[in-house]
Ligand binder design. Sequence first.
Ligand code: SF4
Ligand code: SF4
Length: 425
Amino acid sequence: MADYREMWKELGMDVETHDQLCEVLPMAFTDVYLSQKNRPENMGYFDFVVSEIHGVRPAELVKAQKENGTKVFGTFCVYVPDEVIFAAGGIATGLCGGSQFWVPGGEKVLPTNTCPLIKASVGARLDGTCPFFKIADMYVGETTCDGKKKAWEILGEEVPMHIMDLPQMKRRKDYKAWSEEIVEFKEKVEEFTGNKVTEENLAASIKMINDKRRALERLYSARKNKNIPISGKDSLLISQIAFYDDPTRFTEMTNKICDELDKRVEEGVSVFESGTKRILLAGTPLAIPNWKIHNIVETSGGAVVCEEMCTGTRYFERPVDETQTTLEGQIDALAERYMGINCACFTPNNARIDDIIRLCKEYDVDGVIDVNLKFCNLYDTEGFLVERELKKAGIPVLGIETDYTDSDVQQLRTRVGAFIEMLDR
Ligand code: SF4
Ligand code: SF4
């Protein structure tokens, strides 16, 4: 990585502790990623972004803040409509932490039995070891799970925090409530940025984010082929980068790799041996740099062909209706699209099970691994219904619970290996 120490110091980061992260991350990346064979050439861009993850994009954000007075909004959930932020001339960036490195910092203030995603996110801020957490002028939280709701109170002491009240059911009145919540969010963003959201700039940002969704849809479609032109690990990396990168550039680079994948499909190129079992991962999000389960599956005789996760299909499926011409209509269209995401924080949430079964067919899946981040009560509890319904549908399923440590890797490898072997019979 180039030298960004001056920037990190200016941001008030703990540069010495951060150096330790800078040492381990490239090693993990080399082991998991660069060891793969026959990777698409256009992964080069995404490898570069990850190798400079705390440098190149943060430097762009700082530049936009200093030179143009741009406001940066840090978000933690796929329900937050980035479109509103970009329409007001702001920049949205994902803040979910996916490394064990940040967990002990979170445990200083949170109960140990909090999910690692929340602990890592809080730790990254409190320890001063992630530039994105320092750069964001405002955090946008949501009322999804209990752990997050309480974490906002701690993070809100550090940074201005706006919390969106996400309904937990999907009745007509809940859609209406979410529309109203988006209107309130729009007003907050307008006040904070000093810029008005208009029909024109909102239409442009809806199109920009839809283009990103369409590019990801293309990437995922390539994985539906019998010959799989890209590994699950590489696809996951692209999905994770989608939360941080400049959306227009990201779309361009993702479409570029999709052109290469289309060519590979035409030529029958696969990165897996024929007969490799096709696995769908369902469950809790895998924030960067959490590559653990993909790595285990893909070094145990399986290929991850789809993720029914927030770092997966929940992020990009179903674009926002672009035909609305009034602010009111556009906001209702946003509400409609975002309320269509099926997170376990909703009850009932049968549509998520329907989604998983549909995706199994679309991606011609041999088996599902239902991944739960330790201490996520919502997905853990919903796992019972998910696994029961998948079995009823004749789809083999393995439920696993894990965290960000390496302590269970061997045990998981044994279980995942046995599951994949069983799919052969
Ligand atoms: S799992 Fe639910 S709460 Fe977590 S990011 Fe996804 S939608 Fe948000
Ligand atoms: S994984 Fe579960 S507990 Fe963790 S932030 Fe998401 S919904 Fe909350």
